[in-house]
Design a protein around this ligand. Sequence first.
Ligand code: NDP
Ligand code: MG
Length: 341
Amino acid sequence: MSSTPSSDTQPYAGRIAVLGYGSQGRAHALNLRDSGLDVVVGLRPGGPTWKKAEADGFAVVEPAHAVKGADLVAVLTPDMVQPALYKDAIEPNIKPGAALLFAHGFNIHFGQIKPREDIDVILVAPKGPGALVRTEYERGRGVPSIWAVHQDVSGEAEAKTKAYADGIGGGRAMLIKTDFKEETETDLFGEQAVLCGGASELVIKGFETLVEAGYQPEIAYYEVMHELKLIVDLFYEGGITRMLEFISETAQYGDYVSGPRIVDADTKARMKAVLTDIQDGTFARNWTAEYKAGLPNYKKFKQADLDHPIEKVGAKLRARMPWLQTSNDKPAAATPLKKVG
Ligand code: NDP
Ligand code: MG
C-alpha cells in the first residue's frame, strides 16, 4: 500500500453533490467549499439537518435534484439508508461518467448497491470523526484519509478521488491507498472485536467480577470504566510505549503476567471466527436482515446494555463530574466511530 501526499493534484473542477449533512457530510461540504469547490447539499425535506445546512449558507435541494447537476455524488448518509437512496435518487439521475463516492465500502462490497456500469465508484474515508475533519481543516491541517477506486469508467477515477481527498484536507496529512474489501472488512472487524464489542464486554465483565466479589459498584465503575480513558489517551498519543512510560512498575508487572491470561490464544481464535463471518458475508447478511425486520434483536441487545447495573451507577457518578457533560451531537473528547446504520 502506498502513502502519497497528493498536493500536486489538480483542484476538482466539477460540481459536487453531498448527500447527508451529519457527522461526515457537514465537515466534507464545508471543507470542500472552503477549498473553492462547487458544492450543493442534497437532503430529504423536513429532516433536522436541512436547516443546519441552509444556516451554513448551502443551497439545499432534494437528493434527486442534487444528483442531476452533479459530476461527483458523495453518499454521506447512514449506511443502511444508502441502498434505497441509491435506487430512488441516484441511479435514475446520475450523469454517465460522473463519480459516486462513499466514505465506507459496506454497500458496494457486500452488493447492497449494484452501481450503474457507466459511472466511477470511489471511496475517501477520513480516519476520524466529522468534527475533527472540520477543525483540523480550519487549523490548516487535515485528517489522514484512505482512498480506493472500485470502478473507473472515465479514466480519471483516481484523480477525482485524490482531488476530493485534498478538498476535505486529507491530502495535507496523508492519503493511504486501499480497496473497498480491505476498508470494509477491517473497519467492521475493528469495531466488533476491539473497539466497541471487545472493549465494552471487557469493561462489563470486569465490573461484574468486582461487584460479585463484594466490592462497591462505585469503586468498580472507577476502576474498570472511568480510568480506561487515561489508558486509551496514552495509546492514542504514543501507543503502548507511552502507556508503559506513564503507568507504575506494579501496573506494568500486572499487565505482563495477567493480560495474556484474560486475552489469550482462545480469544484470538474467536477473533478469527468473527473475521471469517465478516469476510464470508455472514455478518452483512444477518445485519441487513435484522435491519429489514425492524431491528428486533438490536433493540433487545441495546436495552440490555442500557439496563446493566454499570449504567445505573455510571449515570449517578457522571452527574457529579461536571467536566464530562456533553451536548447531544458533540462527544466531549472521544472519537466516535463509523456508524453502520
Ligand atoms: P450520519 O448519521 O451523521 O448522517 C446523518 C445525515 O444523513 C443527516 O443529514 C440525515 O438527514 C441524512 N439522512 C438520513 N437518512 C436519510 C435519507 N433517507 N435520505 C437522505 N438523507 C438522509 O452519518 P455519518 O456521517 O456518521 O456517516 C456517513 C458515512 O460516512 C457512512 O457511510 C459512514 O460509515 C461513513 N463514515 C463515518 C464516520 C464517522 O465518524 N461518523 C467516519 C468515517 C466514515 P436528516 O436531517 O434528514 O435526518
Ligand atoms: Mg456490548
